[in-house]
Design a protein around this ligand. Structure first.
Ligand code: ADP
Ligand code: MG
Length: 581
């Protein structure tokens, strides 16, 4: 047999490596920014077009590269950061494998301009890993790298990219992580010609506030603990600021963002007893540890790392977080900037409370529709559609309904027993009515006497802008000014006290693009999930009837918005089978 093994040409092996290092535009951006940080830049500008699909550019004022180094930089295993194998165990820079630029260059059209001490600036252009042209450049400082048409030569991968919206969210995640771990660096971020972030070099606390909005300020509890194994610093968020998602959890080891379940668990355990069920604490935790005590080399994206001494680290983190939470509980004002909005002037304290000009029904409860005269004249579009059970007999008056396990509603018709999951059923009812309101623009809303004020992060604002129309059409009246959201009217059926949670929840969710993507659908699904009655809730008879009646007047009573089965039926045959085996 002939020899069949051959060494892959470098373009091919680089393309394969690219699959590991560069999964999507955000991973390419991460590599570029990390290189700029390693080059000691104090200013980094990021320019993105079409969620990075057409352009990712990073311009820095770092130490730059010589013409020769520029040529070497896009060759695999070209790195200025390690010389010998031991170096990779004590590495403190962000990159060190020397494969990022090579990988990126092999799957994109790349332009690089750089200047370093006492040399002319230089420009090179590389397509699919091949040098296309080069010339002198008049760049004044640092390095600028443009990645155009990422994956242009791997159509399968390009097609695999998600919507611009989703890709931009990944990009913002990467940007947030790097901006938080390097608050001393000035960042500017331009998305489709609009500067959406300008962050001057600042303290960590200010950086967190610049990114997550003013509201986070009063919730930051500083943490500072120095031990033989590691130093812990940063901020944890007050338990009141916990979320139903883990989106506010940031852990950095030696300034590198990492994901670690055991660290998350150790912090979660410190909050024991302080969190509502299903809520997760937020934190910006920096762990400084001797680089020889960790292995950052286990994951190509270096997002997971191994610790030599994870058991001790677990206890150190756990007790540090407990400690700072403890201090906060004893003396809540400890070291936090005071929230000016909490200050009430002397005049106000002594004055009579203002009488609201508009009367609202703050006691509004959708389930009272059936027995409350006051609200019977109002038409509740999505709360009480006309309904008739779709059962064989129409002897509904005597329908027996009861609840079991605070989870299911049991009902019967002539020949079957029906067991309905109350939460899923209510989701379906709300989902269809929200969709209806969105499409018909027909919701009823109630004006709030005192508008609700929410401060938004850039990310939330971005999502809000996508679904403004949906918010309007179901009855929200919202003004956004300087990242501050003023909610002036809310839909009937949503309690005022829940509005903040509802909005935060919607604006923190990822769009799920694997399902058919539509903003209205996303919105209606989210909203119905959040506002539906939950498992564990005891329902009175009216409420149970409301669910049963309205479920069966839905277009699709069988499945929840997430395609879960809402009810099961047991007919005579099913029951007899159970007896006869
Ligand atoms: P690594 O960062 O792992 O060394 P990369 O492929 O990311 O590998 O980069 C290769 C080399 O190119 C780096 O080691 C560095 O010397 C040089 N380089 C890349 N980007 C920059 C930059 N923005 N400024 C200065 N040098 C850079
Ligand atoms: Mg690098």
């Amino acid at each position: 047999m002939l020899d069949i093994i051959k060494i892959l040409p470098s373009e091919v092996s680089n393309k394969i490596a690219a699959g590991e290092v560069v999964q999507r535009p955000s991973s390419a951006l991460k590599e570029l920014i990390e290189n700029s940080i390693d080059a000691n830049s104090t200013k980094i500008q990021i320019i993105i077009k079409d969620a990075g699909k057409n352009l990712i550019q990073v311009i820095d004022n770092g130490k730059g590269m010589s013409k020769n180094d520029m040529h070497l930089s896009f060759i695999k295993h070209a790195t200025s950061k390690i010389n010998k194998i031991e170096d990779i165990y004590s590495i403190s820079s962000m990159g060190f494998r020397g494969e990022a630029l090579a990988a990126i260059a092999s799957v994109s059209m790349l332009e690089m301009e750089s200047i370093t001490d006492n040399q002319n600036g230089h420009f090179i252009e590389i397509n699919g890993g091949k040098l296309l042209r080069e010339k002198v450049s008049n760049i004044q400082e640092g390095t600028s790298i443009k990645i155009k048409n990422i994956f242009y030569n791997i159509p399968a991968r390009r097609n695999f990219l998600k919507s611009n919206f989703v890709e931009l969210r990944h990009i913002l995640d990467v940007f947030h992580r790097l901006a938080i771990s390097h608050p001393e660096i000035e960042f500017s971020f331009i998305n489709n010609d609009e500067e959406i972030f300008y962050l001057k070099g600042e303290s960590l606390k200010k950086r967190i506030v610049s990114i997550f909005g003013e509201k986070v300020r009063e919730n930051l509890i500083p943490i500072n603990e120095s031990t033989q194994i590691a130093d812990i610093s940063g901020f944890v968020l007050k338990p009141e600021f916990s979320k139903k998602s883990r989106s506010n959890q940031f852990v950095f080891v030696n300034k590198r963002f990492i994901k670690s379940q055991f660290i998350n668990h150790s912090i979660f355990a410190s909050y024991n007893g302080l969190l509502k069920d299903g809520y997760y604490p937020g934190y910006f935790l920096f762990i400084d540890i001797d680089p020889t005590k960790i292995d950052v080399n286990v994951h190509p994206n270096k997002i997971e790392i191994k610790f030599d001494d994870d058991q001790n680290l677990y206890s150190i983190i756990n007790s540090s977080v407990k400690h700072c939470l403890g201090i906060y509980q004893v003396s809540p004002v400890l070291d936090f900037d005071k929230d000016p909005s909490m200050d009430i002037s002397y005049d106000q304290v002594n004055s009579q409370p203002r009488i609201p000009a508009i009367e609202i029904n703050s006691e509004f409860n959708p389930f009272e529709v059936f027995n409350d005269e006051r609200v019977n004249n109002v038409s509740y579009n999505y709360l009480a559609p006309n309904s008739k059970l779709n059962f064989e007999d129409d002897n509904n008056q005597n329908l027996k309904i009861f609840q079991i396990l605070n989870k299911f509603i049991v009902s019967t018709n002539k020949s079957s027993l029906i067991i309905i999951n109350q939460n899923l059923a209510h989701q379906r009812i709300l989902y269809e009515s929200f969709l209806k309101s969105i499409f018909e623009n027909s919701a009823n809303s109630q004006k709030l006497v005192f508008p609700i004020e929410l401060s938004l992060t850039k990310k939330q604002l971005l999502l809000y802008n996508k679904i403004i129309d949906e918010f309007k059409s179901i009855g929200f009246d919202i003004i956004v000014r300087n990242e501050l959201m003023l909610i002036e009217s809310i839909p009937f059926g949503i309690e005022k006290n829940n509005v903040e949670e509802v909005i935060e929840n919607i604006l923190n969710e990822e769009f799920n693009t694997s399902n058919d993507f539509s903003a209205s659908d996303f919105f209606a699904k989210r909203l119905s999930k959040i506002t539906s009655i939950k498992t564990g809730q005891k329902l009175n008879l009216d409420e149970q009837e409301y669910i049963v009646n309205n479920l069966f007047s839905c277009k699709e009573p069988n499945l929840s918005p997430d395609n879960k089965q809402i009810f099961i039926t047991l007919n005579k045959n099913d029951i007899e089978k159970k007896f006869n085996g």
